[in-house]
Design a protein. Structure first.
Length: 207
């Protein structure tokens, strides 16, 4: 009888949390690199060094795995809270600093990349992206204008700037944006974010 490869973990001999975390980490990396269409349960299982049945056991389906893989870690949520506490005039820089630090983080970066890579094709991930944006801006939302329309407009402009920048720099890796130093990024973009937050945005902010 053929022997199972010694490399592949055949079953839940480890603690559930250890195996589930290993699968989730592999899924984040795989979704981040290959997107929804290019990711398979077998590919994730290979990356996690487990049997594909375990992926189904813990996450149920490819959709369930994606949903779990794109949940923002607590570390990111804590960073958002810290951003809210920045002085009013430095909020734009603080939002951008959070973005740079988050993408550089080994745990948070793959989650954000997986969200952006799959949001175009999966409604669940689009909703997750909306949640990420709303949570990111929640703490500064109250300062963004005098009425609901202006606040939503300002928040949308901030989101468009940060998401567009993230796509250019981290997902599509288009030069020269991909290779700009953090100081160059902060100098070029933070003032624009600050203007969106509390500066003149012209007719866009008027009802």
């Amino acid at each position: 009888m053929a022997k199972r490869s010694a490399r592949t973990t055949p079953g839940p001999r480890d603690d559930r949390g250890v195996l589930a975390a290993r699968i989730l980490a592999a899924a984040r990396e795989t979704f981040a690199e290959n997107g929804w269409a290019g990711t398979t349960i077998r590919a994730v299982a290979r990356a996690a060094d487990v049997d594909p049945a375990l992926v189904y056991h813990y996450y149920g389906s490819k959709e369930g795995l994606l949903d779990a893989a794109t949940d923002p870690p607590q570390k990111w949520l804590d960073g958002v809270v810290a951003t809210w506490q920045a002085p009013a005039g430095d909020t734009g820089r603080a939002v951008l600093r959070l973005l740079l630090d988050s993408w550089a983080d080994d745990e948070v970066g793959p989650v954000l990349r997986a969200i952006l890579q799959t949001a175009a094709h999966e409604q669940t991930t689009r909703e997750k992206l909306r949640m990420v944006v709303e949570r990111s801006l929640l703490g500064v939302f109250a300062t963004m204008g005098d009425n609901e329309h202006q606040r939503r407009t300002r928040a949308g402009l901030v989101a468009s700037q940060t998401i567009g920048f993230a796509l250019m720099r981290y997902v599509w890796r288009i030069e020269p944006v991909a290779s700009m130093s953090e100081d160059e990024v902060l100098e070029a973009i933070a003032p624009t974010l600050q203007r969106y937050i509390d500066g003149d945005i012209g007719a866009a902010g008027r009802i």
